[in-house]
Design a protein around this ligand. Structure first.
Ligand code: BG6
Length: 484
C-alpha cells in the first residue's frame, strides 16, 4: 500500500483557545504531523488566538514544546519543527470585548480558505461568532469548527445551534466528534458498503444482537470538574457510541457525501426506542489500596455521576426490529479496547445433532488498539471421534494486512482538520443529528435524577459493575471479554 497525501489549498486557520489543553495535545501536534507528511501547503497560516498576552515568538515556543511532548516524533530533531513553526502566529484577543479583533483581521488574507476553530467552552461560541461577523473576519465562505460537549441536553444544544445559525449557515459549521475521524470508524462504512458479503446478512433476520464496547483504562484524572457534571452518558454515549451505532445500523446512503450519510445516520437516531430503565447499568469505579476512586478524583464523596454505563436499546425499523444493541463504556476498566461485535444467529437447524454444541458466527471489528477484524467461523475440530465443532477466528490485523505504511495513518484530529480545509462535512455532525441524539439521551438522565439513582461501585481494572453482566445474562447472552 502506498500512502497518498492529497494536498489542500492554502489556508488561514485561527485557533481560539490556542493556548489550551486540546490545542496543545491534539490540534497543533496533528497539524505538525500533516506538515511532516507534506500535506500542508506553503501558504498555510495557523494563528493562535487567546486572552494571554503573548507574541508570535512566545506562542511558537509554546507550540514547539507541545509538539515535542505530544507527538512530533523523530521529525522534531531534524529542523522540520522549525520550518513548521514559521507558519505559526499569535494574536491576543478578548472574546467578550473589542480587544485584538482588528489585529487578527489584519493577519488574514483575502484569497485563502478561512477557518476558525472554537477550542473553547461552548459559553463563548456566541461571543466569538458575533465578533467574527461584526468585525468582518468571517464571510459566507468561512468555516467554523466546534468541539464537544455540544450542549449538555437538548435545550442547550438547541440554543447553541440557534446561536451559531444567527451568524453561519449549516454548511459552514463543522461539529467535531473525533470518533468519526478514526481510521477504523470509517472502515465500518468500507466494510459494510464495499463488500457484498455482509450486507445481505445485516438485519434482524440473521443478527442476534450487536455489542458496542468502548473501554478505557484511564480515570477521570484532572478532568473531574467537567466530568462530574457530565458522566459517561453525556461524555461518551450521546456522541461517540451513538455515532458508532449509527454507522453500524444505518441504511446504505446513495453516495458517500455529507448529507447523504448524515441523513441516514439521523434516521437511525430517530428510530431509537426510549430506553427502559431496567435495561441500563450504571457504575462508578471504587478506590483500592493503591489508588483513589471516582469520588476522590472528583472531590465529591456523594457524587452520583456514572463513570460506567451499559444499556440495551432497540431500533424500530424494518431492518432492526427485534435485534437488541448493547452499548457499554467506562473508565478504569480492565483494558483499553473499543470494538463492535455483530453476533449472528444460530444456524436454523443443526445437521450434526446436539453433541456438536452451540455455535455462532461473530464479526468483531476492533477499532482500537490493534485495529482489525475477526470473523468467528465454525469448523470441525481436527481428529477422529466424530463431528465435533469448534469456533475459530479468521483474524485480520489491518496493520499486518496493509504493511508498514499503515503506521502513517493520520490520527482523528489530523484528518478532521484537513477535511475542514477541504470543505468536506461528511465526518462532522449536523445540527439535527446532535439534537436527535440529545432527545434520546435526556429522558435517560432525567430518569436517574428523578429516582435519585446512585451508580453501583465497581473495581478498578474490572469489566464494570455486576449489573452490566446481569443485563446480558437476563437475555441469555454475554458480553465479550474486555481484553487488550
Ligand atoms: C473524549 C472524552 O471525547 O473521548 C474522554 O471526553 C475520553 O473522556 C475520550 O477519554 C476517548 O477518546 P479516545 O480517542 O482515546 O478513545
Amino acid at each position: 500500500m502506498v500512502s497518498r497525501v492529497i494536498p489542500v489549498d492554502p489556508f488561514d486557520l485561527v485557533i481560539f483557545g490556542g493556548t489550551g489543553d486540546l490545542a496543545r495535545r491534539k490540534i497543533l501536534p496533528g497539524l505538525f504531523r500533516r506538515f511532516c507528511s507534506g500535506q500542508m501547503p506553503d501558504g498555510a497560516q495557523i494563528i493562535g488566538a487567546a486572552r494571554s498576552d503573548m507574541d508570535d515568538a512566545g506562542f511558537r515556543a509554546m507550540v514547539g514544546e507541545a509538539i515535542r511532548e505530544f507527538g512530533g516524533g523523530r521529525h522534531c530533531e531534524d529542523g522540520t519543527l522549525d520550518a513548521f513553526l514559521e507558519h505559526i502566529g499569535y494574536v491576543t484577543v478578548d472574546a467578550r470585548g473589542d480587544g485584538g479583533w482588528h489585529d487578527l483581521k489584519a493577519r488574514l488574507r483575502d484569497d485563502k480558505v478561512r477557518a476558525f476553530y472554537f477550542s473553547v467552552g461552548p459559553g463563548l461560541f456566541g461571543d466569538l461568532a458575533e465578533r467574527l461577523r461584526g468585525f468582518g473576519l468571517a464571510d459566507d465562505e468561512s468555516r467554523v469548527v466546534v468541539e464537544k460537549p455540544f450542549g449538555k441536553d437538548l435545550a442547550t444544544a438547541k440554543a447553541l445551534n440557534a446561536t451559531l445559525a444567527q451568524h453561519f449557515d449549516e454548511t459552514q459549521i463543522y461539529r467535531i466528534d473525533h470518533y468519526l475521524g478514526k481510521e477504523t470508524v470509517q472502515n465500518l462504512m468500507a466494510v459494510r458498503f464495499g463488500n457484498v458479503l455482509f450486507e445481505p446478512l445485516w438485519n434482524a433476520q440473521y443478527v442476534d444482537h450487536i455489542q458496542i464496547t468502548v473501554a478505557e483504562t484511564v480515570d477521570v484524572g484532572g478532568r473531574g470538574g467537567y466530568y462530574d457534571k457530565s458522566g459517561a452518558m453525556r461524555d461518551m454515549v450521546q456522541n461517540h457510541l451513538m455515532q458508532l451505532l449509527c454507522l453500524i445500523a444505518m441504511e446504505p446512503p446513495a453516495r458517500f457525501e455529507p448529507d447523504a450519510v448524515r441523513d441516514e445516520k439521523l434516521k437511525v437516531i430517530r428510530a431509537l426506542d426510549p430506553v427502559d430503565y431496567h435495561h441500563i447499568a450504571r457504575g462508578q469505579y471504587d478506590a483500592d489500596e493503591h489508588q483513589p476512586g471516582y469520588r476522590e478524583h472528583v472531590g465529591d464523596p456523594r457524587s452520583k455521576t456514572e463513570s460506567f454505563v451499559a444499556l440495551k436499546c432497540h431500533i424500530s425499523n424494518w431492518r432492526w426490529a427485534g435485534t437488541p444493541f448493547y452499548l457499554r463504556t467506562g473508565k478504569k476498566l480492565r483494558a483499553r479496547t473499543s470494538e463492535i461485535a455483530v453476533v449472528f444467529k444460530d444456524a436454523p437447524h443443526s445437521i450434526f445433532g446436539a453433541d456438536a454444541g452451540h455455535h455462532r458466527n461473530v464479526l468483531a471489528i476492533r477499532l482500537q488498539p490493534n485495529e482489525g477484524m475477526t470473523l468467528d467461523v465454525t469448523i470441525k475440530e481436527p481428529g477422529p471421534g466424530g463431528m465435533r465443532l469448534v469456533d475459530v477466528p479468521l483474524d485480520m490485523s489491518f496493520a499486518e494486512a496493509l504493511g508498514p505504511e499503515v503506521e502513517e495513518v493520520p490520527d482523528a484530529y489530523e484528518r478532521l482538520i484537513m477535511d475542514v480545509i477541504r470543505g468536506n462535512q461528511t465526518l462532522f455532525m449536523r445540527g439535527d443529528e446532535v439534537e436527535a441524539a440529545w432527545a434520546w439521551t435526556d429522558p435517560i438522565i432525567e430518569g436517574w435524577q428523578k429516582r435519585g439513582e446512585v451508580p453501583k461501585p465497581y473495581d478498578a481494572g474490572s469489566s464494570g459493575p455486576e449489573d452490566a453482566l446481569m443485563l446480558m445474562h437476563r437475555d441469555g447472552r454475554k458480553w465479550r471479554e474486555i481484553k487488550a
